[in-house]
Design a binder for this molecule. Structure first.
Ligand code: COA
Ligand code: AMP
Length: 646
């Protein structure tokens, strides 16, 4: 691979042009979207919490993702390629097919009483119907909230309740490598747990499992659709304000209750459309593959909305990087569908590397269509980046973003001419983001020094305007600590050349296989075990998943039951109440937890011990011997060999 030449990149010019005239920049980008009524203001500082983008604009996301492409000559182009190694199916939907499916299903939803502003939960595996459901909601102005299939009934219930969902769209089952996920019992249980009872549940019955439907509440997706098609039912695109919510996506916060990130309609479309060419270097008609899940923000932005807004072809992959059937799965998909850019999490490449360190599977496939590999979701460790680059011989581009932003804060704009890559860095702040590294006094630290990565307000289009029904929570969670800035809760630094380095979270969020989890939420579950007196959950470094959660528990006095049994029960509780996605498998029973004299658990020091890093004995520690106990407990389970630093 030839090194990118900074002199040939337009990145600095474009970033400067945004800085000189942010509204002019976004007004230009907004021309890529079809508006029913043009925005009256590009940015209105007097609206919303920190201002609102494209106020007065009227548009519709489904129109921009589908109808306009059908009108403009893309009717016969594949819009969605559903590729499912777990069922052996490949299904291609052209833009014309997608229009029929979405307009019909939107009509079905309307007939079931769902309309503008109503909330609809989408709890689905990676099948084309998940996208059809999301786009049908967008068409009629309903607000979808997609829930990842790896979450348990309790998490689903929290989301049904918080959104006050009127409807749920789900499937009879999901298919994992080793087992079938029974969605319907999970849904029924969630509805039992929730005080809000959705009026309508629509279920895609998959041949692998036919779910039992509850009369008067549950409907078979295919039967509804067939009937609607026979009657010529179809819904038009609802005119929506640019500032109306497009969707709510829940993400882990610092408490057990997830935060409902709101995405607006206008800003979302403008930002994503801009990124498709400028960041990902994709042209309309080309194939873009985000190997993630529609339950995550990456899935929302780059399996569904970004590629479709752009008139590209998106791949919906129901499989894994390994095991479906082997470590050549990604190369097979790239060859078969002529993928130009693959976007995944570093953990997927670590999984492939673990199974096939020499990359021997690649020799069986022609992956010459692939021009870029984009990585995000967790820190891209230099080893993995280097391994992927050596194997694929294409630029491996790390980029950093969050559910809250919906698109990259820092990245390497391939479409503007990629800048040279520094391993371990997602490169530069993207146009729209004025990124600062702050100390606790809200002052900029020197280049190269670590601090709080913070975005100067206003946030660019596409970022969250607020949390669902919770402006105050948004202000308190993100805007108060560093006045004038959005707190990313990531710590890192910017080097002399302007390269951004994202090193760690500043809160209790951990990143497990590219999935964002709150240790606080896991702790709440562990603490509920009847034998547990006290507990602490931390993230421990893991060669495959980046981090895994581990729980330290202190049992109540007088508990005589077998420790092994209790530990297994705790693991089962987390799986049952949060879900398998927590991948919570390690519980360590200890006699005491290390604490400061004021009673604060020393989680940071515990993490260092677990990761085998050198640590300094905290000056405020109540009893240094507690650290020895933690070290011994970790050693007994094969973790941690760290030493106290001199
Ligand atoms: N529905 C139900 N269960 C799910 C699920 C889903 N959509 N996705 C994962 N799970 C389950 C898994 O089956 C597993 O269950 P188990 O404990 O019974 O084995 C558990 O949740 C943990 O899943 P995961 O963390 O994905 O681990 P894994 O061992 O199955 O796979 C990787 C490891 C690295 C292959 C996998 O995490 C991966 O492909 N990651 C890619 C990263 C990614 O997509 N990130 C999204 C953000 S970009
Ligand atoms: P999520 O909201 O699930 O997308 O998770 C966002 C968090 O993942 C960020 O706040 C970071 O902590 C981490 N993250 C995402 N992408 C990167 C990256 N490229 N480098 C480092 N950390 C990342």
């Amino acid at each position: 691979m030839t090194s990118p030449n900074p002199a040939q990149s337009r990145y600095f010019d474009v970033y400067e042009s945004w800085k000189r005239d942010p509204e002019g920049f976004w007004a230009e980008a907004a021309r890529e979207i079809d508006w029913f009524e043009q925005p009256k203001k590009i940015f209105d500082a007097n609206e919303g919490v920190y201002g609102r983008w494209f106020t007065g604009g009227v548009t519709n996301t489904a129109y921009n993702c589908i109808d306009r492409h059908v009108k403009n000559g893309r009717a016969d182009q594949p819009a969605i390629i559903y590729d499912s190694p777990v069922t052996g199916q490949v299904r291609i939907l052209t833009y014309a097919d997608l229009l029929t499916e979405v307009a019909t299903f939107a009509g079905v939803l309307k007939e079931k009483g769902i309309g503008k502003g109503d909330r609809v939960i989408v709890y689905m595996p990676m099948i084309a119907e998940a996208l059809i459901a999301m786009l049908a909601c967008a068409r009629i102005g309903a607000i979808h909230s997609v829930v990842f299939g790896g979450f348990a009934a309790n998490e689903l219930a929290i989301r049904i309740e918080d959104t006050q969902a009127k409807a749920v769209i789900t499937a009879s089952c999901g298919i994992e490598v080793t087992r079938v996920i029974h969605y319907k019992p999970l849904l029924d249980h969630a509805i039992e747990l929730s005080s809000v009872k959705p009026e309508v549940c629509i279920i895609v019955q998959r041949p692998q499992e036919i779910a039992t439907l509850i009369e008067g509440r549950d409907y078979d997706y295919a039967a509804l659709l067939d009937d609607a098609k026979a009657r010529g039912v179809s819904a038009a695109c609802e005119p929506m304000a640019a500032t109306d919510p497009a969707y709510i996506l829940y993400t882990s916060g610092t408490t057990g209750r997830p935060k409902g990130v709101v995405r607006d309609i206008g800003g979302h479309m403008v930002a994503l459309k801009w990124t498709m060419k400028n960041h990902y270097d994709i042209d309309p008609g080309e194939v873009f593959w985000a190997s993630s899940d529609v339950g995550w923000v990456v899935g929302h932005s780059y399996i569904v909305y970004g590629p479709l807004l752009h008139g590209a072809t998106t791949i919906v992959y129901e499989g894994k990087p390994v095991g479906t059937p082997d470590a050549g799965a990604f190369w097979r998909v790239i060859e078969q569908h002529k993928v130009k850019a693959l976007f995944t999490a570093p953990t997927a490449f670590r999984a492939i590397k673990k199974e096939d360190p020499q990359g021997t599977f690649l020799a069986h496939y022609d992956v010459s269509s692939l021009k870029y590999l984009f990585l995000a979701g967790e820190r891209a460790d230099p080893n993995t980046v280097q391994w992927a680059e050596d194997l694929l011989k294409v630029p491996v581009i790390d980029h950093w973003w969050q559910t809250e932003t919906g698109w990259a804060i820092a990245g390497n704009c391939a479409g503007l001419g990629a800048m040279p890559i520094k391993l371990g860095s997602p490169t530069f702040a993207l146009p729209g983001y004025e990124l600062h590294v702050l100390n606790e006094s809200n002052e900029e630290v020197a280049r190269g020094q670590t601090g709080a990565l913070s975005i100067r307000l206003p946030m660019p289009p596409g970022c969250l305007p607020t949390l669902w029904n919770n402006d105050q929570g948004f202000i308190e969670g993100y805007l108060i600590e560093y006045p004038g800035y959005y707190k990313t809760a990531d710590a890192g630094f910017i080097d002399e050349d302007g390269y951004v380095f994202v090193m760690a979270r500043t809160d209790d969020i951990i990143n497990v296989a590219g999935h964002r989890l709150s240790t606080g939420a896991i702790e709440e579950v562990v603490a509920n075990h009847p034998d547990v007196a006290e507990c602490a959950v931390i993230g421990i470094a893991d060669g495959l998943k980046g981090q895994v959660a581990a729980g330290f528990v202190l049992l109540k006095a007088g508990v005589v039951r077998e420790i092994n049994v209790i530990e297994k029960e705790i693991v089962a509780m987390v799986r049952d109440q949060i879900g398998p996605v927590a991948a919570f498998k390690t519980v360590l029973t200890v006699n005491r937890l290390p604490k400061t004299r004021s009673g604060k658990i020393l989680r940071g020091t515990m993490r260092k011990i677990a990761d085998g890093e050198a640590y300094k004995m905290p000056a405020t520690i109540d009893d240094p011997a507690t650290l020895e106990e933690i070290t011994a407990a970790l050693k007994a389970k094969g973790f941690g060999t760290s030493v106290e630093a001199a």
